[in-house]
Design a protein around this ligand. Sequence first.
Ligand SMILES: Cc1cc2nc3c(=O)[nH]c(=O)nc-3n(C[C@H](O)[C@H](O)[C@H](O)COP(=O)(O)O)c2cc1C
Length: 175
Amino acid sequence: MKKEINPFDYASDIFKALPTGILLTSEAEDCVNAMTIGWGTIGIEWGVPIFAAYVRTSRFTYELIERTGEFTICAPYGELSKEAAKAIGICGSKSGRDMDKLAKAGVHLVEADIVRPPAIKELPLTLECRVVFSQLQPIKEISPRFSKFYVENTAHSEPHVAYYGEILKAYIIED
Ligand SMILES: Cc1cc2nc3c(=O)[nH]c(=O)nc-3n(C[C@H](O)[C@H](O)[C@H](O)COP(=O)(O)O)c2cc1C
């Protein structure tokens, strides 16, 4: 069962969970993937609720969102369960190019109502999002204060793309 919510009433739950990581699911041609994200913004633009995620161009997730323009945000609600912590660990350290991370994590996928990427029972606070704007963040235009995030010839050399997803539906999955 899904309890529909106003996403802004639960923004603080999402912000509290971000430093440990929440999941962003994407899906293209029946390939379902999830990556852990630690950065995200919730707000209003063009008069609609927006979740902005920042995805490096090196991620498999980047390829999937570029193809479909959709993603689902899956955050813990309340205490972080062992299953959710395991999923966050796997999805933040392995690439969907090499394995089915969600199967490996053993979490239960729940069909989303509007978009293709699924929700996840173990991370029940859900935002279904469709990209309405995206923008590559040129590294040389970012304050040098943040240069540690972009180091050439490392896994951190690639820039982020900001994906502004309109929040089409928000809910908590209940048993
Ligand atoms: C706590 C945590 C937060 C992360 N936040 C982000 C993020 O906001 N953006 C990003 O591009 N990668 C982030 N990552 C790295 C990706 O989750 C990781 O590279 C993942 O393996 C990418 O999966 P994919 O190739 O299947 O898309 C984070 C990792 C961790 C552990």
